[in-house]
Design a protein around this ligand. Structure first.
Ligand SMILES: [Zn+2]
Length: 223
């Protein structure tokens, strides 16, 4: 019962209804900084992120360009003394995505998992990050944020005791509520969050990205 009360409180505090919004995101109201990869990696290190610069991916499609390619290995969960959260797939992403990702996972996702499960978050199961393709893998749609390394797909969360909380197939009310809460909260850090219920292409994973929508960075798509 206590878990449910904590969760309801969190959901109330975070706003429980995903929607289109132009609100200033918490902790990150400034535009995504354009800076060197070294400066970005330095900021990540200060956030407790283990990452390294990666070779720029080469593709015949010149629209597929990652400005600041890095591979992320771990972020730090911000509860108690902190603990490393692994990325077994070490996704290739733009450094500018890694910063909001580290804040969201470390400051929101890890504490919410710690509060609702008997074992802490150990790893995040992801796709490869960078993929040179159109949205939803369609032949004629716009180029995907994945093609710039500005998007990451998350299929599940692994706890230290081995339990897996899979996106789209969580089979208990607590897991479902946790996934719903972190998804709502993520809209403060990412410009787009899509997941189960948004469309058929996102039935089994959360898609998060920081691609700007139109002429302003203050528009969000949270579905
Ligand atoms: Zn995606």
């Amino acid at each position: 019962m206590a878990r449910v009360a904590i969760l309801i409180g969190l959901m109330w505090a975070l706003g429980a209804s995903p929607s289109y919004s132009q609100a200033t995101p918490p902790g990150n109201g400034e535009p995504i900084p354009e800076s060197s990869i070294d400066a970005c990696l330095t900021r990540l290190s200060a956030l407790g992120v283990t990452a390294q610069a990666a070779p720029a991916p080469l593709d015949h499609n010149e629209a597929c360009v990652v400005a600041m390619p890095i591979q992320v290995k771990t972020v730090t969960g911000r509860y108690g003394l902190g603990s490393a959260i692994q990325f077994p797939n070490q996704p290739l992403i733009d450094c500018r995505l890694a910063e909001p990702l580290a804040h969201w996972l470390g400051e929101v996702v890890a504490p919410i998992f710690a509060a609702n499960f008997s074992s802490p978050l150990r790893a995040v199961r992801t796709g490869p990050g960078y993929e040179c393709r159109n949205r939803n893998r369609e032949a004629t749609s716009k180029i995907s944020a994945h093609a710039m390394g500005l998007a990451l797909d998350i299929s599940g969360f692994e706890l230290a005791n081995g339990q897996i909380v899979s996106v789209g197939s969580a089979n208990d009310p607590v897991a479902e509520a946790v996934l719903r809460t972190i998804r709502t909260a993520g809209c403060g850090w990412f410009t787009t969050i899509l997941g189960p219920g948004a469309d058929a292409a996102h039935a089994d994973h959360l898609h998060v990205d920081v691609q700007q929508h139109g002429s302003t960075d203050r528009f969000r798509i949270c579905e």
